[in-house]
Design a protein around this ligand. Structure first.
Ligand SMILES: NC(=O)c1ccc[n+]([C@@H]2O[C@H](COP(=O)([O-])OP(=O)(O)OC[C@H]3O[C@@H](n4cnc5c(N)ncnc54)[C@H](OP(=O)(O)O)[C@@H]3O)[C@@H](O)[C@H]2O)c1
Length: 300
């Protein structure tokens, strides 16, 4: 299959692209920087220089491809709108990368939420996440317009990426701050919990969804969960540091930005990936983020 992937040099997109290359697919990948385009080409991906704001380019690539995977952004409405318009009536696949901060709450690290969502549970979506939720729904509804729209809603992804970006967006920043400050910092008490999943299991699910997911399917992507206090303590153990320290959400916002501090580091995002297991036979192989941190996480 000829597959067009946005975010092809990124953590998720790069790993998914390598997984699909291994299956024998041809990959064209959107990339913003010419130097990274050269590195992509060296890894077997045909680079397409441009951005999610280049609607005409996205339309051309989508129409030439057999399937499209957006792994550049969970929130870029203009890019998704251009891809959906180009694919209308074609019956082709658009897999969209969403993220489970869509059901993140605003507890600032101090509450363990009892709410656990699966694909049959009505979602509770904060105001700041309504735009992401609406975009997910637009992709699911595209099956009415002849597009096989599929949404993969990823949780906290860990593990080393296999493309040009090795690091994910949650645990590596905690590690870097711990290395710089001599202690791990979490928001509030860090009793808030996030579901998580290893990047290799994520890539496997993209491959399965490409083959077998029905039009209009939404899947959570999860295989375990941990609190930020547990994750922080695993990082401290790995670095030989003392107890995890607390930041207010304002202190964390000054370091990571308000969106990340509140809806990633300070929130609960607890889900169960029921549908991918039942419908696609997805069988994730990695189940412990804290073991990965203590034994495998790169420290450089
Ligand atoms: N990693 C996780 O745990 C996780 C979990 C759930 C959801 N997500 C979401 O999934 C998406 C991808 O995450 P990631 O971890 O793979 O991030 P990443 O490593 O930063 O990759 C994103 C890629 O998309 C490219 N990109 C971003 N905006 C673009 C634009 N406007 N036009 C063209 N290219 C663009 C980036 O290019 P440059 O290299 O030029 O910046 C990068 O190659 C994000 O929206 C993220 O919030 C991530």
């Amino acid at each position: 299959m000829n597959i067009f992937i946005t975010g092809a040099n990124g953590y998720i997109g790069g790993t998914v692209a390598q997984r699909l290359l291994a299956d024998g697919h041809q990959i064209r990948g959107l990339v913003r920087r010419p130097d990274l385009a050269e590195q992509l080409a060296a890894s077997g991906i045909t680079p397409v220089l441009g951005t999610l704001d280049d609607g005409d380019l996205l339309a051309r690539e989508a129409q030439q491809a057999d399937a499209v995977i957006n792994a550049a952004s969970s929130d870029h409405r203009a890019g998704i709108t251009a891809l959906l318009a180009a694919l209308q009536g074609s019956g082709k696949t658009l897999i969209h990368t969403s993220g489970s901060s869509v059901i993140g709450d605003d507890v600032r690290g101090d509450v363990l939420s009892p709410n656990i969502f699966d694909e049959d549970t009505p979602l509770i979506v904060e105001d700041k996440k309504q735009a992401r939720h609406a975009l997910d729904n637009a992709i699911l509804a595209a099956s009415d317009n002849g597009v096989r729209g599929i949404v993969l809603c990823n949780t906290m992804i860990y593990g080393s990426g296999r493309g040009l970006h090795r690091d994910s967006v949650q645990i590596p920043p905690l590690l870097q701050e711990a290395q710089a400050r001599g202690a791990v910092h979490v928001v509030g008490q860090g009793i808030n919990r996030w579901s998580n999943v290893h990047i290799d299991d994520v890539a496997e699910l993209y491959a399965l969804a490409l083959k077998d997911a029905p039009a209009g399917a939404f899947y959570f992507v999860e295989n375990g969960e941990a609190s930020y206090a547990e994750i922080g303590q695993a990082i401290a153990n790995r670095l030989g540091q003392g107890p995890v320290q607390s930041w207010t959400v304002e202190e964390a916002s000054a370091v990571w930005g308000e969106g990340h501090a509140r809806y990633s580091f300070g929130s609960n995002s607890r889900v169960r990936a029921k549908r991918a297991r039942a419908e696609l036979g997805w069988a994730p192989r990695h189940d412990s983020v804290t073991r990965w941190i203590e034994t495998e996480m790169p420290l450089d």
